[in-house]
Write a protein that binds this ligand. Sequence first.
Ligand code: PRP
Ligand code: ZN
Length: 368
Amino acid sequence: MESSEQRIKIAVQKTGRLTEHSQDMLERCGLKLTKSKDRLFCYGENMPIDLLLVRDDDIPGLVSEDVCDLGIVGLNVVEEKRLELEAEGREAMFSQVFALDFGHCRLSLAAPNENDYVDINSLENKRIATSYVHLLNDFLKKNSLQAETVYFSGAVEIAPKLGKADYICDLVSTGSTLEANGMQELDVLLDSEAVIIQTKAKLSDDKQALVSRILQRLDGVLQVRESKYIMLHAPRSALAEIRDLLPGSGLAHVRTLEWLMWQMGGVGPMIGQAHHFLFKPKVDVPYGKKRYHDETNRLYKVMNKRLDDVAYLAGENYSIADIATYPWVARFPRHQVDLNDYPSVKRWFDTVSERPAVEKGMAVPFLN
Ligand code: PRP
Ligand code: ZN
């Protein structure tokens, strides 16, 4: 058995909006967790990692004081604590490692729907209720504004009704709390999401190695999610259009899946290999070059034959199969294919290239 000294402790929110996601992300990293009877801990069964279940506001302090090695908490809480320590002349003994892309919310100024707010200068000499005193004061100071901060530990949104404040500065996520209280969001002070922080205390080599491993796995989980995210987070208003791209039944459905599978099993992996051997290879491997260049050309032949007969891969309509295949074809110089050798692919490629959404997507900087 390892002593508890060698186990990594991660502080996570006990109950609240980050709780489920925090544990879920760690489980995706391969950590198997069991809750302790008192529900204050989760023990890692297959790795020397335990979770400490605490109030989110306590997490930066626990990591700063080296009670926990890592913590998962909202950036808003982290920044508030950092400013609080700074005001006391102390240094925060944690560093922010990276953002985890969940728990998105913002620290915003809000007021009752009837208000005469124009811009931040409207705050001059007003009373603002908040639990984020340091973040608010920092904002006021940076903008050379004089206003009175009124501390509320919770239920900040009732302050104006109680006659205690003119404005509030609070977290907004869906906006439903503000709406339910007849209030309006005015300006954003800070965009927030869950982040992982690490103690600045020196860890033993074993512990540091384990921390690095878990951070690396978290990063991996984030990268995988990114690709699935796009479809899952489409706005409701776009659902009808998305349904056309992903027909749910009938022949169009079968053809779309067929060609999407063809992209996933053929185009992605094989052209990926072609790039590996043909584009700035670290080692020159004639066998690999020929094998994947030939296979790429075979795939282009298949695609050209299909597109001799129909406008798009799945048939007469643009679909997810085209969306998945297009970025690969767009790299034709890398896999050394001349589109003029495949006239129907070229016709398809030019048509798809002209779609505004495709133009927008392809304008996103390419990193390697
Ligand atoms: C925040 C904030 C609001 C609510 C806003 O509290 O104080 O009450 O969330 O969310 P909405 O825009 O989705 O309605 P939170 O639940 O984070 O509690 P805490 O600050 O006490 O941790
Ligand atoms: Zn809290």
